[in-house]
Design a protein around this ligand. Structure first.
Ligand code: MEV
Length: 438
């Protein structure tokens, strides 16, 4: 039975490793070796990683790949992706190539508004609070002028501060519901700093507001925090082409287009399918969000809330056939940044942004939406034609061979062999054993 540890964060890295290996692993020496194997050879890079979070004992790698040939608004991109799932990058690249000679992807920013709220309790007269708020609003803005000065110089800042009455949900519950424009920054720190100052000013000014009773003066701030629900920080990405271009065989092209639209319709109607459908979209979205040092948890939370905004969880993508033209598009909320956070700190993130030609936050929103759309196109295309296992298992083949301890030459032979054989765990094992016994 292990006992709790005191002051763990103050131990040195070596002491932390010793402690964890000794108390929670079977072979302390072997565990230490694994942890050290993943340290960066460059001490400066390692120190950077050590300082990103508390109690760092090693680094956790994900493959960092690029999917080339993405034509987006007539510019060619190679998109960096950080992801462990074997078929995702291959699928993205395939979709990019498919649309390359059909006009590529077109995108449009539909909004860039971020949201933050001060949640507070006021058990008094609503009209008095409303009058107080009208006087308070300019004071709130003034109280954060040193935080907003730089952002305002660049054209951003606080857009709107509203008083929202949520008494019906909970007695005495009100909000300062605020919207922000944070330009190329994701803006979490900027927004949270403004909100915490708003909360202080709100409390302070309430204390000295003559029309308030003693109770009303003591309104209570519960919390101040940005919202990851960003339905007005929205981007659209689209592909379209004549149905006949979808396949060399005209009958197959029409059948494919119809089945594709049916698959999207099913994902729109049926939550079990919608969740998996959107998961496939997020394979592309998260991989680029991670590679560019953005907060994928924030993006995930916001995207799924958006998918359920009308009361039922539904597809993020849409498809239609009109006048023999096939159109496929996505509308997705993405609060992203290309400055601040990890973007200038993490060497690979910096490189990923350079590969993307140092995009603005708006351009990154467009690229990420395209990655999601491409991923969905590839998944639906496989699902309504060959099924996904064919491509999936091919990509998984190397993982299986590595797990089975195949040598480089065995891997090469078997990759060749499975080009026209069905990949299953049993068939791979059998084929490997056959080679090994020869
Ligand atoms: C697997 O990671 C993603 C898919 O299941 C997505 C989908 O079903 O649309 C293939």
């Amino acid at each position: 039975m292990n006992t709790p540890v005191e002051g763990f964060s103050k131990l040195s890295k070596a002491e932390k490793i010793d402690w964890i290996a000794k108390h929670y692993t079977k072979d302390a020496e072997a565990s230490k070796q694994i942890l050290e194997q993943y340290w960066n050879a460059d001490a400066k890079v390692q120190k950077l990683h050590d300082e990103f979070i508390e109690n760092t004992i090693s680094n956790y790698y994900l493959p960092f790949a690029v999917a080339p040939n993405f034509l987006i608004n007539d510019t060619l991109y190679a998109i960096p992706m950080a992801i462990e799932e074997s078929s995702v990058v291959a699928a993205a690249s395939k979709a990019a190539k498919f649309w390359l000679n059909k006009g590529g992807f077109k995108t449009q920013i539909l909004g860039t508004e971020k949201v933050g709220q001060v949640h507070f309790i006021y058990k008094g007269n609503t009209q008095t609070l409303q009058t107080f708020f009208e006087e308070l609003e300019p004071k709130l803005r003034k109280s954060v002028s040193d935080i907003t000065e730089n952002m305002e110089k660049r054209g951003g800042g606080i857009k709107k501060i509203e008083l929202r009455d949520l008494n019906e949900q909970m007695e005495g519950y009100y909000q300062l519901h605020c919207t922000f424009e944070t330009l190329d920054a994701m803006g979490a720190n900027f927004i949270n700093s403004c909100l915490e100052q708003f909360a202080k000013t709100l409390k302070e000014k309430a204390q000295s507001y003559a029309a308030f009773s003693e109770d009303e003066k003591n309104l209570e701030v519960v919390m101040s925090i940005l919202s990851n629900y960003v339905p007005n920080c929205l981007v659209k990405a689209e592909v379209s082409c004549p149905v006949a271009q979808l396949d060399k065989n005209p009958v197959a092209a029409e059948e494919f287009a119809n089945k594709f639209v049916q698959a999207i319709t099913i994902a729109k109607m049926e939550p079990y399918r919608a969740v998996t459908h959107n998961k496939g979209i997020m394979n592309g979205v998260d991989a680029v969000v991670l590679a560019t040092g953005n907060d994928f948890r924030a993006v995930e939370a916001g995207v799924h809330a958006y998918a359920a905004k009308d009361g039922r969880y539904t597809s993020l993508t849409h498809a239609a056939i009109e006048d023999d033209t096939f159109t496929f598009w996505i509308e997705i909320p993405l609060a992203l940044g290309t400055v601040g956070g990890l973007t200038s700190l993490h060497p690979l993130v910096k490189l990923a942004l350079e590969i993307l030609q140092n995009p603005s936050a708006k351009e990154l929103m467009e690229i990420v939406a395209v990655a999601g759309l491409a991923q969905n196109f590839a998944a639906i295309r496989s699902l309504v034609t060959t099924g996904i296992q064919k491509g999936h298992m091919k990509m998984h083949l190397l993982n299986m061979l590595n797990q089975m301890g195949a040598s480089e030459s065995e891997k090469q032979q078997l990759v060749q062999y499975f080009k026209d054989h069905i990949v299953t765990h049993a068939s791979v094992k059998e084929a490997l054993e056959k080679i090994q016994s020869q």
